[in-house]
Design a protein around this ligand. Structure first.
Ligand code: AP5
Length: 217
């Protein structure tokens, strides 16, 4: 990777150059990964506040489309209410627009995206256009029973139609196993995935995530 930026002989001759060489990209981009209810949204709030990253949640973008009653939103709602993923092309288009609208971003926190291998490939291409890349994928691990408990609990107050019915919640979790675990497999090939326990207090989980980010930023 480094050879794209500096000639090999320069890399070995200067420690100053070596420092620059190890940080070829100026943005810091993080994927907060995990099943529905694992705490991605909750932890994102803390991370963006501490590190000044742009929070890109495809779930939030889609819910804004639904609230605005756009054609895209109405089609997405049908799938979301069934616990299924929205088509890749729709989501990738939204992500591209979001990133292009923030040219000064010092980095992005991707929450709920990518969710398929096709989305990973598209994201890598979008970041490459900005001479950037994914720095790390932090994967929250939470048991299925805890996920269901959290989402049913949130459904009492959130107004999210996909949280109120246990069958739909389990369909979302199944969709995660069928299509989204491939995202971790994809980034594991580049040694970018770090597993973090997602059970415990919000504060203790955040402390673990922060430690991993501090080690890389
Ligand atoms: P999205 O909005 O991304 O939902 P999700 O992935 O199902 O995630 P959630 O928001 O439900 O959970 P979370 O991990 O953020 O947890 P949270 O912090 O909220 O997607 C919704 C739908 O949109 C998808 O099903 C799909 O249809 C579509 N979609 C979105 N992105 C897409 C994409 N890229 N491609 C295709 N389709 C896409 O926490 C959950 C609850 O737990 C909260 O009540 C919280 O207070 C509580 N909680 C959090 N942490 C803890 C803790 N440590 N202990 C106890 N409770 C906790």
């Amino acid at each position: 990777m480094f050879s794209l930026y500096l000639k090999k002989e320069i890399f070995y001759k200067s420690t100053t150059v070596q420092y620059i060489c190890c940080q070829p990209y100026s943005m810091f981009n993080l994927i907060l990964f995990g099943p529905p209810g694992s705490g991605k949204g909750t932890q994102s709030e803390h991370i963006i506040e501490s590190f000044g990253l742009q929070h890109l949640s495809t779930g939030n973008l889609l819910r804004t489309e639904i609230a605005n009653q756009t054609t895209l939103g109405m089609e997405a709602k049908r799938l979301m209410d069934a616990g299924q993923l929205v088509p890749d092309a729709v989501v990738i288009g939204m992500v591209g627009n979001f990133m292009d609208a923030r040219p000064e971003a010092k980095g992005f926190l991707f929450d709920g995206f990518p969710r398929t291998t096709a989305q990973c490939v598209a994201l890598d291409a979008l970041l490459k256009e900005k001479k950037s890349e994914i720095n790390v994928v932090l994967a929250l691990e939470v048991s299925e029973e805890e996920l269901v408990k959290r989402l049913l609990g949130r459904g009492l107050t959130s107004g999210r139609s996909d949280d109120t019915n246990e069958t739909i919640i389990r369909a979302r979790i199944q969709e995660y196993h069928d299509k989204t675990t491939a995202v971790a497999t994809y980034y594991a090939k580049f040694n970018k995935v770090v597993a973090v326990t997602g059970e415990g207090t919000v504060e203790s989980i955040y402390a673990d995530l922060k430690k991993e980010i501090d080690a890389r930023i």
